[in-house]
Design a protein around this ligand. Structure first.
Ligand code: 13P
Ligand code: 13P
Ligand code: MG
Ligand code: MG
Length: 367
């Protein structure tokens, strides 16, 4: 059997420059050095280090499979080194996503976010790595649904017989820690009944129904549930394979032409539009946002990452960005009122619970 390739994105916020705005160059360089060493040691085949906003992103090609303790430990140690750099520079929230002191086999539950896919490489293997900041994994529900189940987005669902059988969606209930699998188009309404609730039911994986080929993976860690308190929104990442019996790259990018509202933005507690940007604009400024997403296209060759193509760095997404700015103006004007601010159970600054608690004894019966 052909040796399988694994692509892993493991990311963490280890501290940032000027608030929660961007990753410092020294942290990126430290991470690149650690990755280069791992490549020379033949632990990984290839890597690409970058950032989206204040999140440090390690994109790795290797042959160790998903949930490999060696690869997770490499990422963990890399983040620890970058945290040291961050601490020395007194960057803001140094080590923000490093919730535990010691590594225990898998970074899941320790703070960092992970999206991984193990597969047999096709003759040509285009893949898109999505990296987002100032939002949460549920932000991917709408676009991933549209990529794999909406024929008004993905013409291939109608035109390409290889996709005609639809896709299977694996959904995670992050509150109960359970999963359910639903198939489109047959169970489209059941699927939407769940994934419309983006804070709880999150698309984890997508498989082509005809042959179970793995087509997409989304990070599903919810830091707030891990830590039981506010530790920063769990800015998500995703991997999507494209072409030749899967959605074309242009179909994979199309949903992001609509900058939909996502939970996150300032203090992880507001709804804001998801703005698609090129790497040069992957920094969060206005009201710590608006939430941003980068799309990097690679061709995978024997676990090497050929590329990337900076896919949203394109005038074709100018209108999406301009719409996002308009939506940002509109939403921001709600100030502390819902639906500008998230519902109380979703607000990530748990400090507000103390304010509410302090007000409790001051309430008197209504006459
Ligand atoms: P493939 O079926 O070869 O992926 O081509 C689809 C296409 O033409 C992209 O627009
Ligand atoms: P991050 O989750 O990206 O660190 O942002 C936290 C925040 O409070 C932004 O206002
Ligand atoms: Mg941060
Ligand atoms: Mg972040």
């Amino acid at each position: 059997m052909a040796r399988k390739t694994t692509i892993s994105i493991i990311k963490a916020d280890v501290g940032s420059l000027a608030g929660h705005h961007t990753v410092h160059e020294d942290c990126l360089n430290t991470a690149s050095k650690a990755m280069e060493k791992a490549k020379n040691d033949e632990l990984i085949v290839d890597y690409y280090v970058t950032h989206c906003g204040d999140d440090l992103e390690l994109i790795m090609g290797h042959t160790k499979g998903e949930n490999s303790s060696e690869i997770h430990e490499l990422a963990w140690n890399t983040f620890k080194e970058a945290t040291e750099v961050s601490r020395n520079l007194k960057l803001y929230a140094a080590g923000q996503d490093m919730l535990k002191d010691t590594f225990s086999g898998n970074v899941k539950g320790l703070g960092p976010g992970v999206a991984e896919m193990e597969f047999e490489e096709r003759i040509s293997e285009p893949i898109v790595a999505f990296l987002a900041d100032k939002t949460a994994p549920g932000a991917f529900n709408l676009p991933i649904f549209r990529i794999f189940a909406d024929p008004f987005c993905t013409a291939g669902l109608v035109i390409d017989p290889a996709m005609h059988g639809g896709f299977r969606f694996e959904i995670m209930d992050v509150k109960e820690n359970k999963v359910i699998t639903l198939k489109t188009p047959d169970e489209i309404y059941d699927l939407l009944a769940l994934i419309g609730t983006t804070g709880r039911y999150i698309i984890k994986n997508v498989y082509r129904a005809s042959d179970n080929l793995l087509a997409a993976a989304v990070s599903t860690t919810r830091l707030s549930l891990i830590a039981g308190k506010y530790v920063g929104k769990d800015d998500p990442v995703a991997l999507v394979r494209g072409q030749h019996g899967l959605p074309a790259i242009g179909e994979i990018l199309e949903p992001f032409a609509f900058p939909h509202l996502v939970a996150g933005w300032m203090r992880g507690s507001h709804y804001g539009p998801l703005m698609p940007v090129g790497l040069k604009n992957a920094k969060c400024t206005r009201f710590d946002g608006p939430p941003r997403i980068v799309a990097l296209g690679f061709q995978v060759r024997d676990a090497q990452l050929v590329g990337p193509a900076d896919l949203f760095d394109d005038p074709a997404f100018d209108r999406a960005r301009s719409t996002a700015n308009e939506i940002a103006d509109y939403m921001k004007r709600h100030g502390p009122f819902e639906p500008g601010r998230l519902g109380m159970e979703e607000v990530e600054y748990t400090g507000i619970q103390k304010t509410l608690q302090d007000l409790k004894p001051k309430f008197r019966p209504a006459s």
